[in-house]
Design a protein around this ligand. Structure first.
Ligand code: NAD
Length: 250
């Protein structure tokens, strides 16, 4: 039996990339997984996941999701706030307020709303794990991605503040962030259109900037999230798991 047997997990942004790899991995470890996405089409091929259409920036969707988790699944043990978006690379003076706010709504409001509405369920479970997917950009920002860095930095410190609240409450809920480096997922499609050479460009970036000299795989991030979701990480809260091939070192 898997390490998450009998647990219920909700993963946002679960139709693609890191979220999909995580949902499948948690399910393989025995969890009942609710895979939530604003565009759940990518989940059609995965009948082992319970699909849920949810826009993380929409509070009504979270309220409905909480009710559904209680009624259909008896609660929640693991929340992975993974949904996130990026903007095209541009200097801060070129960033439109509409784009800034669109990014913040998903990357920051989404994590806040998920936490606000799911924490009561995690608390009821007596020992839940809340995992927020930040980024290496939340630790070591890059030029031409100020909005993204601001959003991921917010997620990083929000995580620690909530971890303190849970610890002070003695509710058994652990709250940690994950910081992927350069991982090959469709998130790059917006920045580098999928075409022959896309992979090469990303790989060239990784070869230059990443000490391990290669891109990360979504499954490698999922493995870290699984560890945080499981009791194996029982002494970790308010922490950050950096999965970046050494990029953060500098
Ligand atoms: P992805 O684009 O492959 O998947 C993101 C998913 O989120 C998509 O299925 C999309 O439909 C969904 N989504 C977007 N907006 C949503 C919303 N409002 N509500 C619900 N779902 C929504 O991206 P990914 O690379 O797997 O990224 C997942 C997370 O990892 C993001 O938070 C991203 O910032 C972070 N991250 C990615 C990398 C990387 O290199 N890929 C690096 C660091 C951090």
């Amino acid at each position: 039996t898997g390490t998450l047997e009998g647990r219920v997990a909700l993963v946002t942004g679960a139709a693609s990339g890191i979220g999909l790899a995580t949902a499948l991995r948690l399910a393989r470890e025995g969890a009942t997984v609710v895979a939530a996405d604003i565009d759940p089409a990518g989940l059609d091929r995965h009948p082992e996941l319970h699909r849920l259409t949810l826009d993380v920036s929409n509070e009504a969707h979270w309220i409905a999701a909480a009710a559904q988790l209680r009624d259909r699944f008896g609660g929640l043990d693991v929340l992975v706030n993974n949904a996130g978006i990026v903007l095209a690379p541009q200097p801060v003076t070129a960033v439109g307020l509409d784009d800034w706010q669109r990014l913040m709504r998903v990357n920051v409001d989404g994590v806040f709303l998920g936490t606000k509405h799911m924490l009561p369920l995690l608390r009821e479970s007596g020992g839940g794990s809340l995992i927020n997917v930040s980024s290496i950009a939340g630790i070591r920002p890059s030029a031409n991605a100020a909005a993204y860095a601001a959003s991921k930095g917010a997620v990083r410190l929000f995580t620690k503040a909530v971890a303190l609240e849970c610890a002070a409450a003695g509710d058994g809920v652990r709250v940690n962030s994950v910081h992927p480096g350069l991982v090959e997922t469709p998130i790059w499609d917006d920045l580098i259109p999928p075409a022959p050479g896309r992979k090469t460009t990303l790989e060239a970036l990784a070869a230059r900037d990443v000490p391990l000299g290669r891109l990360g795989r979504a499954e490698e991030i999922a493995a870290g999230i699984l560890w945080l979701a499981s009791d194996a990480s029982s002494y970790m809260t308010g922490g950050e798991l950096v999965l970046d091939g050494g990029r953060a070192i500098g």
